[in-house]
Design a protein around this ligand. Structure first.
Ligand SMILES: CC(=O)[C@@H](O)[C@H](O)COP(=O)(O)O
Ligand SMILES: NCC(=O)COP(=O)(O)O
Length: 237
């Protein structure tokens, strides 16, 4: 079954807006787990625009589900992940000023770099995943880095699905199959939502985990966190 990891970046965005501690990120994460989420994802960006490094340290001792920390492997991020030792680290190639994650790794060009970074995390028993576009060469390159999993970057799917493209998930299905054949686990994320998730799940095989944040937290503003999470879990059954 495909696991749901809730990305709580946007809860921290709201918390930071007033400079206080409301909503409390740790309490929100505990509630999200109690509503059935199978993981918590955070993306502590270098500018700490939402999730702060301190949040990551506060979350670690209280979480009971899988903790997934996403980020570009700059030294401060790498040191944090090695300190926290989450279940999974997801490496993304984001530019520091990117408004959000907007590209997958060039796993061919950066093979040696990724191999070294990934080996360092795996040595510490941390499962690794790397953010990739649905391009077969990138999947083949990912397999050479030693990563445990890939995370398929699903923004293009979300855009194409919203346009009504019946082939919106085709490249993702092909890449998921290839990744599976190469022994890689398959995660997916970015711009997945209650609108598009069923189509994605029904068309993409071997999906171990989806990490969803922006849409889920936005939908929860209308439906509440518990009902929203339960709706996602129903779609992933
Ligand atoms: C890697 C990815 O696509 C998302 O997990 C990303 O963390 C979203 O970042 P923002 O919440 O800063 O948009
Ligand atoms: N890895 C994707 C993620 O954690 C959440 O992305 P989004 O749902 O906020 O676009």
């Amino acid at each position: 079954m495909t696991k749901l990891s809730v990305n709580i970046n946007k809860i921290a965005t709201l918390r930071n807006a007033r400079g206080g501690d409301v909503p409390n990120v740790v309490e929100a994460a505990k509630m999200i787990e109690s509503f059935g989420a199978e993981g918590i994802t955070v993306h502590p960006r270098p500018d700490e625009r939402h999730i702060r490094y301190a949040d990551v340290r506060d979350l670690k001792p209280v979480l009971n589900t899988e903790f997934n920390i996403e980020g570009k492997p700059i030294s401060q991020f790498t040191n944090l992940v090695l300190e926290i030792k989450p279940a999974q680290v997801t490496l993304v190639p984001d530019a520091e000023d990117a408004i959000t994650s907007n590209a997958g790794w060039d796993t061919v060009k950066h093979e040696d770099y990724l191999k070294e970074v990934i080996a360092g995390f795996k040595e510490q028993g941390i499962r690794t995943s790397i953010f990739v576009d649905p391009v077969k060469e990138m999947i083949e390159g990912a397999a050479k880095t030693g990563t445990d999993r890939i995370e398929l970057y699903t923004e293009a799917f979300a855009v194409d699905y919203a346009k009504g493209d019946p082939n919106a998930a085709k490249a993702y299905a092909e890449c998921a199959e290839l990744a599976h054949q190469l022994g890689l686990g398959v995660n997916a994320g970015h711009d997945l939502s209650l609108d598009n998730l069923k189509f994605f799940k029904d068309n993409v095989p071997h999906l171990a985990e989806v990490s969803i944040g922006h849409a889920l937290i936005s939908e929860a503003l209308y439906m509440g966190l518990e009902k929203t999470i339960q709706e996602y879990l129903k779609l992933l059954k």
